[in-house]
Design a protein around this ligand. Structure first.
Ligand code: UDH
Length: 280
């Protein structure tokens, strides 16, 4: 509640207006340039592993980026090369977490989001959790990564659909949700194995909890999805249509069963490797 812009300690509260506007070179992004880890680390010398990056003013939000992940190293490198400068330009305090699924073999994106939320919240306090696919790049740094009074769909307008929503209730890709709202919907469904439908089920949960979703104007929310083929261990889920309108709030954060196998603070992110226990 201080409108002067000066906090009680005399430090300036950050503006959320990026100091400089820049856009992604989609030409370079689509050529899938491969970075070496050394190159990437050298390009981001001000990121220190294991702690959040802080702007030189009082950050207006502390943001955890949670990336569900397996076997997409090339995408992860491109994403990190884009996200660090974008988030720093937005003057938020942030930290990036990669949640890697070891077992079972079939990928479970939504369960990984639950695990990421629970583990990250245990490590540090954040105002805002951004659940972010590894192959999505913000095209303009004016696409603010921030939490609002209700969930914000960040990665909504994608190149692959001509920067339009594929359907009005689309909620895939990247979303920013406060811890309170994640808890309000009991997190995400754990019973979606394989590709598809879990994003629609998440939307159903929010709708059922009377949480409308926000989106930035399409001209700012432009998102570039790196083209890729279907992952071997993420086949289309045959039950996706049947499940996608589910909003069972008795399944989610409170029922996900998993084991953290390894946590490692790397230069540009923290890796959390987990096994999900299949019980659904
Ligand atoms: N992922 C991995 N490894 C895998 C499979 C998935 O890391 O083997 C993660 C990764 O973060 C990826 C995300 O899960 O970005 C989603 O999987 P995907 O990239 O295969 O999904 P897709 O590219 O994008 O198809 C989904 C948005 C459109 C869905 C519209 C239908 N509701």
């Amino acid at each position: 509640g201080n409108s002067s812009g000066i906090s009680s300690k005399g430090l300036h509260l950050c503006s959320c207006l990026p100091q400089m506007v820049f856009a992604l070179d989609t030409e370079i992004a689509s050529r899938h340039k491969t970075y070496s880890w050394k190159e990437l680390e050298l390009a981001n010398p001000n990121v220190t592993s294991g702690v959040s990056w802080k702007p030189p003013c009082v950050a207006w939000q502390r943001i955890a980026i949670i990336i569900p992940y397996r076997n997409r190293e090339r995408h992860l490198k491109v994403l990190l090369s884009v996200l660090h400068p974008v988030l720093q330009s937005q003057l938020v305090e942030y930290e990036i977490f990669v949640i890697e699924q070891l077992r079972p073999e079939i990928f479970n994106r939504a369960a990984l989001l639950n695990v990421g939320f629970l583990e990250v919240r245990r490590l540090r306090r954040f105002d805002c959790y951004v659940f972010h696919d590894v192959d999505l790049l913000p095209e303009i740094n004016m696409n603010l990564y921030s939490c609002l009074q209700s969930p914000l769909h960040i990665g909504a307008y994608m190149n692959k659909w001509d920067y339009k929503l594929p359907y009005p209730d689309f909620f895939g890709g990247a979303m920013a949700i406060t811890g309170e709202d994640v808890e309000k919907i009991n997190g995400f469904p754990n019973y979606f194995y394989g590709w598809g439908g879990e994003d629609d089920a998440i939307y159903s949960r929010l709708k059922n909890a009377n949480l409308p979703i926000y989106r930035h104007p399409a001209c700012l929310g432009r998102t570039f999805m790196i083209q890729h083929s279907q992952d071997k261990m993420n086949p289309p889920n045959p039950k996706r249509y049947q499940y996608m309108t589910d909003f069972h709030r008795n399944d989610g954060l409170n029922t996900v069963r998993y084991t953290v196998k390894h946590i490692e603070t790397r230069k540009l992110y923290t890796l959390i490797q987990v096994s999900i226990e299949r019980g659904y």
